[in-house]
Design a protein around this ligand. Structure first.
Ligand code: NAD
Length: 378
């Protein structure tokens, strides 16, 4: 018998090749003045950026641009965006980019209308965003973080080397426009870590203490799609069919984390991101995964059989499967490959115990085990 469970994602989703052209008519109901948030727009994204801007202007909107987003956003970068929004005056915030951009857009939607530092709104704080939060439109250019359908905005307090998140219902995007043609320009160095991140969201939601029948159903579909389609987009970046399936997997996996959550690998991956912002989020997770599989396997054998079947069905075990898949997508690395220092490991292991993600893992980690895992992935 199924137990009691809830499922909720309020975001309106508009999905399809060339869906970007509908941005104006879909965004206009949220107000007249749009702030488009992005990284510095590189030449490969300029044509689609122009389509977005024209679509908004054709819908009788005024468009300002904040292009100061940095990968693995920092507190100072999201606060700079919030100041810009306050000075400019905006009705709706449109994030056009990867997870770093969409998360910055969400933080700006809070920062533009609320006083005090954005750090005072992170998940563990008593202060939380209110209904003054501006409407948010999320347009992903990576597959990805699922941020277009989650209530999460991740950024790092660079002074404390602490990567955390606002986690609040108010920052679910009101609208997500997923156009797979925006992702074809991503090289393997972007698509491999972002695509593996999709797998981790679905898999960790599948094994999460708060999982549900709906989450497990979405997650099974998402992990299968990543196993089939991620290697294809790495070999053939212009393959629009495979890009579309990855964009769908990303969206399903985002819906999973919005309703269940992530576990041990993300607790470690977030701490790694705070210490070493040069490591892409998906790469940080890939560093952790083989050790996580070894550590957790016996506590959830059926789930790890799903991992084996999805990622490398010919592999003899889930451990072989994860190693084979990471090798195939070029992410089989260690912390030391990115300049991590052995002298950081005690502090890093302590930071891994700060976010509660590890507590939702089928095998709950002691501080001693965490130190050993961090050592093993170093
Ligand atoms: P990213 O947004 O940092 O982008 C990585 C790189 O990809 C950038 O250099 C960017 O310029 C490039 N890029 C983006 N789109 C491209 C395209 N179409 N073609 C070519 N290059 C392109 O990477 P990400 O993995 O999407 O986001 C990572 C951030 O999201 C991290 O901070 C992570 O912690 C966070 N995150 C958030 C959530 C959430 O629910 N909010 C979930 C998971 C991760």
């Amino acid at each position: 018998m199924l137990g009691t469970f809830s499922y909720h994602v309020p975001t309106k989703l508009h999905f399809g090749v060339n869906a970007l052209g509908d941005a104006g008519t879909l965004t206009r109901p949220f107000g007249k003045r749009a702030l488009v948030v992005s990284m510095t727009v590189k030449p490969y994204l300029q044509p689609s950026f122009a389509i977005l801007k024209k679509s908004l202007e054709d819908a009788d909107m005024t468009v300002s641009v904040f292009d100061g987003v940095v990968p693995n956003p920092t507190l100072s970068s999201v606060e700079a965006g919030s100041r810009f929004a306050r000075e400019t005056g905006v009705d709706v915030v449109v994030g056009f980019g990867g997870g770093s951009v969409m998360d910055t857009a969400k933080a700006i939607a809070v920062g533009a209308t609320h006083g005090s530092s954005l750090w005072s709104y992170i998940w563990s704080s008593d202060t939380q965003p209110t209904d003054k939060t501006l409407p948010i439109v999320a347009i992903p250019t990576t597959s990805g973080t699922g941020s277009h359908v989650t209530q999460v905005s991740v950024f790092t307090n660079e002074d404390e080397r602490y990567k955390s998140a606002i986690f609040n219902e108010r920052i679910f995007p009101d609208l997500a426009i997923v156009d797979p043609s925006l992702m074809v320009t991503a090289p393997a160095a972007v698509s491999a870590p972002t695509g593996f991140d999709v797998f981790t969201h679905a898999f960790e939601s599948y094994i999460h203490a708060n999982t549900s029948p709906i989450v497990r159903t979405l997650a099974r579909e998402a992990v299968g799609l990543v196993g089939q389609c991620l290697p294809v987009v790495l070999e053939d970046p212009g393959n629009l069919e495979a890009r579309t399936q990855m964009a769908l997997a990303d969206t399903l996996a985002g819906m999973c984390i919005a309703n269940a959550g992530v576990t041990l690998p993300h607790g470690i991956g977030m701490a790694v991101g705070g210490f070493y912002p040069n490591i892409a989020h998906g790469q940080a997770l890939a560093i952790v995964y083989p050790e996580f599989v070894k550590y957790t396997l016996a506590a959830a054998p059926d789930a790890f059989e799903l991992l084996r079947q999805s990622l490398a069905p010919a592999a003899a075990s889930p451990q072989d499967a994860i190693e084979t898949f990471l090798e195939r997508i070029g992410l089989r690395k260690r912390l030391r490959d990115f300049g991590a220092k052995a002298s950081d490991l005690d502090a890093l292991a302590a930071q891994c115990m700060v976010l509660p993600d590890y507590q939702a893992n089928p095998r709950v980690t002691s501080a001693e085990d965490m130190r050993a895992i961090v050592e093993a992935v170093y």
